[in-house]
Design a protein around this ligand. Structure first.
Ligand code: ADP
Length: 391
């Protein structure tokens, strides 16, 4: 059976029982969940790939095993009160088996499918009347061409499952490119128009099993190469639009019956708001909340998973900006420049303990400020130092 890393000694005789929260995954999101769990004195156990995972390096108790193996999942679930997640890519049928065997999962597999399968999400939300972009399932390049005949080239093709940070998303100019994109996808892809995106917005929602839900202020994300680069909280949109986005996110989470932390990603297009993606876990678009909100998304996820009262989602400053730290092209490690970055007053640096590789997300910096421009300048100053591009 799998190894248990960083095993916690048994609680002393007579000590009050602490809740045991299980998280599938042990990367940077679990590492930040762990920080929240420490503050609340919650026992955490992770399912990890190995001792080098970001959260295991930080001392979290972790079972090492394959989340695609039902016996591993059973052993993991048996050791915790609640199973929650830091990623989407878990076999939904295996999760359903755990539920059928009496384990508590947050969110349930039925809800989680909306975050795992983009086609399921578009179909389900579209049928319920939520605003989703026009879409079809395309198995062949001819079907893509038929869609383009109505909506125009280029189109956007998306692998229904398994994509993140833009992997599995392609802007497709013609039939030959469609053929190439579809080749490794026997079940085809989601095809949608290349939308005119005015802004990309996100709303974090937390919900407990009794239906209580809270939404964080609407934030704006800026993607570079389809990966989130910068995040501004609150989004610089008018209050009516912010209220609409927030209401939409809450209604979607309610409709799906999701519990725990959910990030609802939205596109603002000339035709209004459209749903892009759902993530059922803390999300990069909510990292600002560690310093920028009264309750961080990670603490909120722990609270929601344990069905505890949810915390305030109010901002702690007029503006918060998070910029991701990305591995520089020369392969150098931002950690080497950490002391210099810490000289930037007001920059909150988070490094994930991951090996440096060009283009890899290695950490983030958040700054608070009286306005977005001030916070942005502070966060970028520290990130440029860390990435070695500061002049
Ligand atoms: P991932 O699962 O990799 O995060 P997304 O579906 O969120 O994939 O797409 C990644 C990014 O690609 C989006 O944040 C957006 O910038 C861009 N994108 C996605 N869909 C479209 C579209 N239909 N039209 C234009 N740009 C898109």
């Amino acid at each position: 059976m799998a190894d248990l890393l960083n095993p916690r000694p048994p609680a002393p005789e007579g000590a009050p029982r602490r809740p045991r929260l299980g998280i599938l995954g042990a990367g940077q999101l679990a590492r930040m969940d762990q920080q929240a769990a420490i503050a609340l004195d919650v026992d955490l156990r992770l399912l990890a790939d190995g001792p080098g995972d970001a959260a295991v390096l930080a001392g979290a108790e972790a079972l090492v095993g394959d989340h695609g193996d039902l016996d591993v999942l059973r052993a993991f679930a048996a050791g915790v009160d609640v199973v929650t997640f830091e990623f989407e890519g878990v076999d939904n049928a295996l999760l359903q088996t755990l539920v059928d065997e009496g384990h508590r999962l947050v969110p349930t597999p039925t809800a989680k499918l909306y975050a795992q399968d983009k086609l399921h999400q578009r179909r389900g939300l579209g049928a319920a009347g939520f605003p989703v972009p026009p879409f079809e399932q395309a198995r062949t390049a001819d079907e893509v061409a038929a869609f383009a005949a109505t909506h125009g080239w280029p189109v956007v093709l998306k692998a229904p499952r398994g994509g993140y940070d833009g992997r599995g998303v392609g802007v497709i100019a013609d039939v030959a490119e469609a053929d190439e994109f579809l080749a490794p996808l026997p079940d085809g892809a989601l095809v949608e128009p290349a939308l005119t995106i005015v802004r990309e917005l996100a709303v974090q929602v937390a919900r407990t099993s009794d239906g209580t839900a809270v939404a964080y202020p609407v934030v704006e994300t800026v993607q570079v190469d389809a990966m989130l680069r910068e995040l501004v909280a609150p989004a610089g949109v008018d209050p009516a639009l912010a209220a609409e986005a927030s209401d939409l996110a809450l209604r979607i989470v309610e409709h799906i019956g999701a519990t725990g932390l959910v990030a609802v990603e939205l596109f603002l297009t000339p035709d209004g708001l459209q749903v892009n993606e759902l993530a059922m876990r803390p999300h990069n678009s909510g990292h600002y909340s560690i310093e920028g909100a009264v309750t961080s998304q990670f603490e909120q996820h722990v609270r929601a998973a344990l069905d505890w009262p949810l915390g305030s989602t109010a901002l702690t400053a007029p503006a918060a900006v998070t910029v991701n730290v990305v591995g520089p092209a020369d392969g150098s490690d931002p950690r080497e420049r950490l002391p210099a970055a810490l000289a930037v007053a007001g920059a909150h640096v988070h490094l994930y303990g991951k090996g440096a590789r060009a283009g890899r997300k290695l950490g983030h910096v958040t700054a608070l400020g009286p306005d977005a421009a001030t916070a942005r300048a502070t966060a970028w100053r520290a990130v440029e130092i860390l990435e070695g591009t500061a002049s």
